[in-house]
Design a protein around this ligand. Sequence first.
Ligand SMILES: [Zn+2]
Ligand SMILES: [Zn+2]
Length: 275
Amino acid sequence: MRFRHRRAFYVLYDGTYLVLFSAILATMLALGWQGLTPTWAEFNWWWLLALPLVTHLHILASVFIHNCSHGNFPKAINRLVGELCGIIVLTRYASWEIIHRRHHKYSDDLDKDPHPLTKETAGYWKFTWHTITNVERQLQMQFFDLYGDTEENRSFEKRRAFTSYATNIVLIACWYVFLGPVGFFLFFLPASVIGFLHINHFNWCTHNAHKPEEGYFPVNLDHGYYWVGNRIWFGIYYHGYHHKQANLFNPMRYEAFQKAKAERLAARKAAGPRA
Ligand SMILES: [Zn+2]
Ligand SMILES: [Zn+2]
């Protein structure tokens, strides 16, 4: 992981984005860019029928950035797809990767998992609120895990967090100017909010929120709504299998993959020891 190799990685990463987004924003403003979408005067309400599609694409960006964080795209494009999706879902790729790796390492540990499902965070809204307030804390904790929890590191991380917040604001301003008010307020903003609530629901239900009496751990869901979700979002609700084997783009293929692997091994055994 890149952030393990260099102490200043994350601040340089977000700092680079801050400069890049500021330059794009300044260029759009200097050129008098009118926005991708038409003005309110030209707006037709039936365009809102496209909102479910836009939301679906936004959710797909989350599905893809998740796959990127496990290196599931071809190596040549994995980082590129991750960075592009990170711009769409606003978090940027690096923080997504840091937070998600932590989730796999410390699943449902109240103190160390960025979005643990526990007795303390059991309800959906409680869980969502805990995630919102916990993510920045976890980014800092992973830094202290690597480099030590010292006075100096605390102020270093404070400056880094400030850079990240500034980058967020400039990125959102870029989207606003690029799309124009109609595209931003009627499509991008609602899709972002629904997408955020959706990913929290995903994190919540796939750690067995529906059956608290069994305890909280990654599970596979494939009934009702989840059946549809698995068919349009690459098997995301097969989350139990995903925690077992994260390098499958579609964890629904887990059983087929394991079966094929066992058959290969059996065939090799049957062929006998090689000379
Ligand atoms: Zn999980
Ligand atoms: Zn994962």
